[in-house]
Design a protein around this ligand. Structure first.
Ligand code: NAD
Length: 355
């Protein structure tokens, strides 16, 4: 029995999570894997019920599960709250609480969606790389932060801080990933300007000594942003700081046609967390038009990484691909000549093909 703590969250979170749960229940039917699912609150829904974005009870349950699954959190309703009370703090609290320091974001284009990419088909066809984003440190977590009054002025500040041990463990993950792929790591930093990046680069070079079979190169973050548009197929594994990874992975998402297509895993010591890379999309919430495929593909990642059920993972991916092949599209990936379906229907279509 695999115990999964599920946080549907806010906005489209519950809509897309419901499709992922249909997929999980179907996996139970077609294999002998069994799941015990507990739904918990994080984000705006937790603020509404408990006054805080993540309770210690919910975090404890997540820590004791075999895997954690999250839809998305946040929304305009809670935007005016002070930053430590906002829904996103619940998500950061979960990541930190699980010590999920390595966010793995595969960027892979389905052949059926090549024409949907904002880039030319020949630039993106066959695209397949992974972004490893450091997730529990860096600019988003630097303790020296705030907005303070200095005389007539206000001053806002955050700090990007990394300890060498934090860089080392994510670098190691990147080299391990690359070993199972095309054996190439690109470390992204801003070492021409930031001291913290100079340390990053030094530590990555040090770790590389243990992986001589893997090629390592370095790119500045601004250059990497440009290369992702110019020639994204040059990448195999990109490893980078928290905020750099946040921005680059959204950029990379667009290469694949839609942010609604990209899954992610956040791995740490023991319990990993799976979630689509998109947010709660308040602009389309409650309309049954969100794309659930990123969330469904996150289930496939959970099968792979937490449960070592590669067969189930491949079956889910194949079901998604067959659904696209049959011409079904949600609004974000729709194009002339395909069939537009809603979020729930897309979930059903994938489930049909999983049977
Ligand atoms: P977003 O990812 O929610 O939306 C960006 C755009 O992409 C929107 O136009 C949205 O409609 C579209 N989109 C996103 N997911 C989609 C899907 N599955 N199908 C179709 N279209 C989709 O980012 P945002 O608008 O910057 O943020 C909205 C809220 O989500 C904010 O409160 C933000 O803090 C939060 N957020 C949460 C997470 C998370 O929970 N992991 C991540 C990012 C943003």
């Amino acid at each position: 029995m695999k115990r999964i703590a599920v946080f549907p969250g806010d906005g489209i979170g519950p809509e897309v999570t419901a499709q992922a749960m249909k997929v999980l229940r179907t996996v139970e039917k077609i294999s002998n894997i069994k799941f015990e699912i507990e739904e918990l609150l994080a984000g705006g829904v937790s603020i509404d019920k408990h006054g805080i974005p993540l309770t210690s009870e919910a975090l404890e349950k997540a820590k004791n599960a075999d895997a954690v699954f999250l839809g998305a959190v946040g929304g305009p309703k809670w935007d005016s709250l002070p930053s430590d009370k906002r829904p996103e703090k619940g998500l950061l609290g979960l990541r930190k609480g699980l010590n999920a320091y390595a966010n793995v974001r595969p960027v892979k284009i389905f052949p059926q969606l090549v024409e949907r990419s904002s880039l030319k088909a020949e630039i993106v066809r066959g695209l397949d790389f992974v972004i490893l984003r450091e997730l529990v440190s860096g600019l988003y977590f630097g303790a020296q932060r705030g907005i303070e009054k200095i005389g007539e002025e206000e001053r806002g500040f955050n700090t990007m801080i990394y300890h060498s041990s934090e860089i080392e463990r994510i670098a190691r993950k990147a080299f391990e990933f690359a070993r199972r792929r095309r054996k190439k790591v690109t470390s992204v930093d801003k070492a021409n300007v930031l001291e913290v990046s100079q340390l990053w680069r030094k530590v990555v070079i040090g770790v590389h000594k243990d992986y001589p079979d893997v090629e390592l190169n370095h790119r500045y973050v601004d250059d990497c942003a440009m290369q992702l548009i110019r020639d994204p197929k040059q990448f195999d594994v990109i490893v980078t700081e928290n905020m750099f990874g946040d921005i680059l992975s959204d950029e990379a998402a667009m290469l694949t046609g839609s942010i609604g297509m990209l899954p992610s895993a956040s791995m740490g010591d023991k319990v990993a967390m799976y979630e689509p890379i998109h947010g709660s999309a308040p602009d389309i919430a409650g309309k049954d038009i969100a794309n659930p495929l990123a969330t469904i593909l996150s289930v496939a990642m959970m099968m792979d990484y937490s449960f070592h059920e590669a067969k189930a993972a491949r079956a889910i991916e194949a079901a998604v691909e067959r659904t696209l092949e049959a011409g079904y599209r949600t609004a974000d990936i729709f194009s002339e000549g395909t069939t537009k379906v809603g979020c729930s229907k897309m979930g059903d279509l994938v489930v049909e093909r999983l049977h």
